[in-house]
Design a protein around this ligand. Structure first.
Ligand code: PMP
Length: 282
């Protein structure tokens, strides 16, 4: 049985039911988080909960529970599953109400948390990407479940035989359809800035910046032009479920002067070590 949490109850995911009037279903009027556990300990919980709370406040959905409440739900789900490594999906919608564009009053948010076995990958992978025009809305900083634009972009990339779409808006790189981007050039690391509301500020992105700096290398947030991608020494993608991977082929061309990704490998190893040392046990 796969146990999930829905509105205060722990139940088999097969029995978890939400109203067809739920605004998450009707409008995508909901926000979400994805985080992982390793050896039964959760990684980055405070960062993920801070982002969830910020997103809830951006879309004016009340916080459904305290941080201790979230912790308790995740701890119970961990103990209900045999696997030590899990990925968790948290979704909070505005709740169920008669369909109307107006925000309904006095409605309780729908809170859903599920988890699934998560296969930890200790290898440093390389993936193929294509660049695509970023045609999403202007609030990419909000982690909303309204992901249709991201899905269209991701699937356009898959149709071209790629793993991920690297998105470009008006000549500047924003992020991947489901990841953040870093480039390495002449020993320096750059990542597109988050202050222009064109990227989701990834929890992994922030940690990778800190780790790069901790090994004595500059990591700068700034605008990154599309042509800088094409002549980068390394390109990395980061996200909570894939940590850090390198891009080896972009738009059918090999990336980088040195195809062994020396810095990427070093940061990948440092990140794995950091993760193992910073798991929140229960
Ligand atoms: N950008 C987008 C659009 C994402 O969907 C994600 C998460 N998959 C990320 C960036 C990475 O965020 P995080 O490191 O917090 O998983």
């Amino acid at each position: 049985m796969t146990t999930c949490f829905l509105n205060g109850n722990y139940l088999d995911i097969k029995d978890a039911k939400v109203s067809v009037l739920d605004r998450g279903f009707i409008f995508g009027d909901s926000v979400y988080e994805v985080l992982t556990s390793q050896d039964g300990g959760i990684f980055g919980l405070t960062d993920h909960l801070s982002r969830l709370e910020k997103n809830l406040s951006e879309v004016m959905i009340p916080r459904p529970m305290s941080r201790d409440g979230w912790r308790e739900v995740l701890a119970k789900l961990i103990s209900a599953h045999e696997e030590a490594d899990l990925s968790f999906y948290i979704q909070v919608s505005r709740g169920a109400a008669p369909r109307s564009h107006d925000f309904p009053q006095d409605v309780k948010p729908t809170v859903f948390v599920m988890c699934q076995p998560y296969v930890m990958d200790h290898e440093f992978h390389q993936v193929t990407c294509v660049t695509l025009e970023d045609n999403r809305w202007g609030r990419c900083d909000i982690k909303t479940t309204s992901l249709l634009p991201n899905l269209l972009l991701k699937n356009a990339a898959i149709e071209k035989g790629a793993h991920e779409a690297i998105l470009v808006r008006s000549g500047y790189v924003t992020e991947g359809a489901s990841s953040n981007i870093f480039i390495v050039k002449d020993g320096q690391v750059f990542t597109p800035s988050a202050n222009d509301r064109t990227i989701l500020p990834g929890v992994t992105r922030k940690l990778i910046c800190d780790i790069v700096q901790s090994v004595g290398i500059e990591c700068t947030e700034r605008e990154v032009r599309r042509d800088e991608l094409m002549c980068a020494d390394e390109i990395w993608l980061t996200s909570s479920t894939s940590d850090i991977v390198a891009v080896n082929i972009l738009d059918q061309k090999l990336v980088g002067v040195d195809f062994d990704y020396p810095l990427g490998r070093r940061i990948h190893k440092a990140f794995k070590d950091y993760k193992a040392d910073n798991l929140l046990g229960f």
